[in-house]
Write a protein that binds this ligand. Structure first.
Ligand SMILES: [Zn+2]
Ligand SMILES: [Zn+2]
Length: 577
C-alpha cells in the first residue's frame, strides 16, 4: 500500500471514487495467530497481524497439568512477538481473569507494549505488575469506547461474564474486520444491570465481519446458562432460613456476586468479615474503583473480631472455593485458621463449581467439613453458582447476529472447538470457512483466499518455575517426575588419577528410593555392580569421567530395574584423587 502511494503518481491523481474501488480490490492480507488458549482452557493470547503491525488480544497464563512437577504456571511462547518486536502495537484485554491477564508481567519483561483494559482488569494488572516491579503504559477503557492502535480501530462491546466489566472487541483494520467475543454469556438480568450489547453485535453483523473468534467453553451444554439472578434467589433463601454463621467461599474476582452477598448480609443485619489475601486485595481494589460505593465501611469487621459477634450477625466471605492448599477455607477445615474455628451447624456455601482437576482436593475439604458437622451447600445441590460462559443456544444467537465470513472457535479444549465448529456448520456456515486452530497456527486471509498454516510459529507451553521464565525444559520435568516416583541414587567413586585404580569402596546413597537399612543386601549387590563396571571399563581403557559415568549409570539402571522394577534417578559422582 505504501509503495503504491509513493511511486505511482499518475494513479494517485485519479478521482476519489476510482481510488476507493481500487482500495477495495487490494485489501492487504492479514493473519490471526493464537499463541495460547486453543485446544486448552488457559493462557489465552491471540495476535492479529496486518500491514506489519501486530495487535495482541489477551495474555493469560495456565495452571500446570498434573504431570508438571514443581512448575508454578505455564505461559504462551512469546518468540514470534520477540522476533517482530517493532511490529507490536498494543495489547487489548477482554477481562481480568488469570487466563487472560496472568501472562502480562512475563510479556512486559520482554517488551514494552501499551495495555488497554477495563477499570477492574486494569486494577488487577497494575497490582500484578507491582509484584514484579514493572510499569506499563495503561489505558483504561469501557464498553462503547472506540480507539485506534496503529492501523487497528478497536471498539469495546459490553458482554456478561463472571467478572465485572467483561468486553468483546470489534477490530477493523485495512485487511478486514474481526470480532472477538472474549469470555461471555448472555444474561438478561445481570447483577450490575449491564446486559450484553446484542444490538451492537447485530449492527456489526450487518456491516460485515470477516472473522469471528468465539468462546467455546460451554458449547457442550444444551440450552441457556442461567442468569446471576438465580444465584441471588438461592442466597436469599439461605439467609432467610438460617440464624447460624454463614461462610461463603467464592472467586475473589466475581465482584458483583460478592457485592450481593454483602447486600444480603446487610438486609439480615449481619456484618461482613473477609478472609484470604486475594479476597481482601480484590475487595480493596473494588472499593477503590467504586464498585461497592453504596456499601458503608461500617458493615465490615476485621476477621479477628468475627468470633466476638453472634452467629446470626456475621457473614464470612472467604477464598478457597477450589480447595487451594493455603487458602482461608482450607485452613478453617483443617483447624489452622488464626481467627475462625468452625462450629457444628455453621453454614458453608461453595458459590463456585470445581475447575477440572480440582475435584479431588475439594471433596477432601468437603469431607472434613462434614466431619465437623458443618452444613455444606454445594452448587450441585442448590443454585449458589452459575457459569459465566454461554451455552449452545446463546452461541447460536451470537453466530446468527454476526454471520461471519470465517469462524474460529476459541477458548476450549479440542472437543469444545470441534463441537463449536459443528454448531456453526449446523447454522449454515460452510465447513471450508470454519477453522480449528492450534496454538502457533495461523489463519492467513487475503481478498481471494484463506490459508491455514500449521505451526506458523511456536505455540509451545513455556513453563515458569518461581520467577524464572522458560528455564525449565522437558528434561528437567522428566527428572522431577522420576524423582517424585522413584527417588534418587548417588554413587560416589574415588579413583587414583594416575592409575585409575579404585582408592576406596564405592559409596552408594539413596533418597526416596528404598529404606536402606532394610535392604542392605540390595545395596551390597549394587556396589558389586559398580566394581564390575569399573573392572570392565579399566580393561577397555575407558576410564575418563564421561564414559565411566555413562557405564555406571547404564549398568546400575539395568540392575535396579531388574531387581526392583523401579527407575530412580542415578547420579554417579567420580573423583580423581
Ligand atoms: Zn473468564
Ligand atoms: Zn477465560
Amino acid at each position: 500500500m505504501t509503495r503504491y502511494r509513493n511511486n505511482n503518481k499518475r494513479r494517485a491523481k485519479a478521482p476519489a471514487k476510482a481510488i476507493q474501488k481500487n482500495k477495495e480490490k487490494v485489501r492487504p492480507p492479514f493473519r490471526i495467530i493464537p499463541l495460547g488458549g486453543m485446544k486448552e482452557i488457559g493462557k489465552n493470547c491471540t495476535l492479529i497481524e496486518c500491514n506489519d503491525e501486530i495487535l495482541i488480544i489477551d495474555c493469560g497464563f495456565a495452571f500446570p497439568e498434573y504431570e508438571m512437577f514443581g512448575i508454578d504456571i505455564v505461559i504462551p511462547d512469546f518468540t514470534y512477538l520477540k522476533e517482530n518486536i517493532e511490529k507490536v502495537k498494543g495489547l487489548i484485554i477482554t477481562h481480568g481473569h488469570e487466563d487472560h491477564i496472568g501472562g502480562i508481567p512475563y510479556l512486559l519483561q520482554e517488551m514494552s507494549v501499551p495495555v488497554f483494559a477495563s477499570p477492574l482488569a486494569m486494577g488487577m494488572i497494575e497490582h500484578k505488575l507491582e509484584e514484579y516491579y514493572l510499569n506499563c503504559e495503561g489505558h483504561v477503557i469501557k464498553s462503547g469506547d472506540r480507539f485506534s492502535i496503529g492501523c487497528f480501530s478497536v471498539e469495546a462491546i459490553q458482554t456478561n461474564h463472571s467478572i465485572a466489566d467483561s468486553l468483546a472487541y470489534s477490530i477493523k483494520f485495512p485487511g478486514g474486520h474481526v470480532v472477538h467475543t472474549g469470555d461471555f454469556k448472555i444474561d438478561y438480568s445481570p447483577l450490575d444491570g449491564k446486559v450484553i450489547d446484542l444490538n451492537r453485535f447485530s449492527q456489526l453483523g450487518d456491516q460485515g465481519v470477516d472473522v469471528l473468534l468465539c468462546d467455546s467453553t460451554n458449547v457442550l451444554r444444551k440450552g441457556y446458562t442461567p442468569s446471576e439472578a438465580v444465584v441471588r434467589r438461592s442466597i436469599d433463601e439461605i439467609f432467610d432460613n438460617t440464624d447460624r454463621r454463614i461462610i461463603i467461599a467464592t472467586f475473589a474476582s466475581n465482584v458483583h456476586r460478592i457485592k450481593y452477598f454483602i447486600e444480603a448480609s446487610m438486609e439480615h443485619h449481619r456484618r461482613i468479615a473477609v478472609s484470604g489475601r486475594s479476597m481482601e486485595n480484590l475487595l480493596a481494589l473494588s472499593r477503590s474503583l467504586g464498585y461497592l460505593d453504596d456499601i458503608p465501611d461500617s458493615v465490615f469487621v476485621d476477621v479477628s473480631e468475627a468470633r466476638n459477634i453472634a452467629d446470626n450477625k456475621i457473614t464470612i466471605i472467604t477464598t478457597g472455593s477450589q480447595g487451594e492448599p493455603m487458602s482461608a477455607l482450607t485452613r478453617m477445615a483443617y483447624d489452622n485458621h488464626k481467627s475462625i474455628k468452625l462450629k457444628k451447624n455453621d453454614v458453608v456455601v461453595f458459590s463456585s463449581s470445581p475447575i477440572p482437576g480440582n475435584e479431588k482436593v475439594i471433596s477432601q475439604i468437603v469431607n472434613r467439613l462434614y466431619e465437623k458437622e458443618v452444613d455444606v451447600v454445594l452448587a450441585s445441590a442448590m443454585d449458589v453458582h452459575v457459569s459465566g460462559h454461554a451455552s449452545s443456544e446463546e452461541l447460536k444467537l451470537i453466530h446468527t447476529l454476526i454471520r461471519p465470513k470465517y469462524f474460529i472457535p476459541a477458548h476450549g479444549e479440542y472437543r469444545h472447538l470441534a463441537e463449536h465448529a459443528k454448531l456453526a456448520n449446523a447454522l449454515g456456515q460452510s465447513k471450508d470457512r470454519i477453522f480449528i486452530l492450534g496454538n502457533g497456527d495461523a489463519l492467513e486471509v487475503n481478498g481471494k483466499e484463506t490459508h491455514l498454516v500449521r505451526e506458523f510459529t511456536s505455540g509451545e507451553d513455556v513453563m515458569v518455575d518461581g520467577y524464572g521464565i522458560g528455564d525449565v525444559g522437558s528434561v528437567v520435568l522428566k527428572d522431577r517426575k522420576k524423582l517424585s516416583q522413584a527417588g534418587l541414587i548417588t554413587i560416589s567413586v574415588a579413583l587414583d588419577s594416575a592409575t585409575g585404580a579404585l582408592m576406596a569402596e564405592p559409596i552408594l546413597k539413596t533418597k526416596g528410593f528404598i529404606f536402606v537399612e532394610e535392604h542392605m543386601d540390595l545395596i551390597r549387590e549394587a556396589i558389586n555392580v559398580v566394581y564390575n563396571t569399573i573392572g570392565k571399563s579399566t580393561s577397555k581403557g575407558a576410564l575418563d569421567e564421561a564414559s565411566l559415568s555413562r557405564a555406571i549409570k547404564s549398568d546400575m539402571k539395568t540392575f535396579i530395574y531388574n531387581t526392583t522394577k523401579k527407575s530412580p534417578m542415578i547420579i554417579p559422582v567420580i573423583l580423581y584423587v
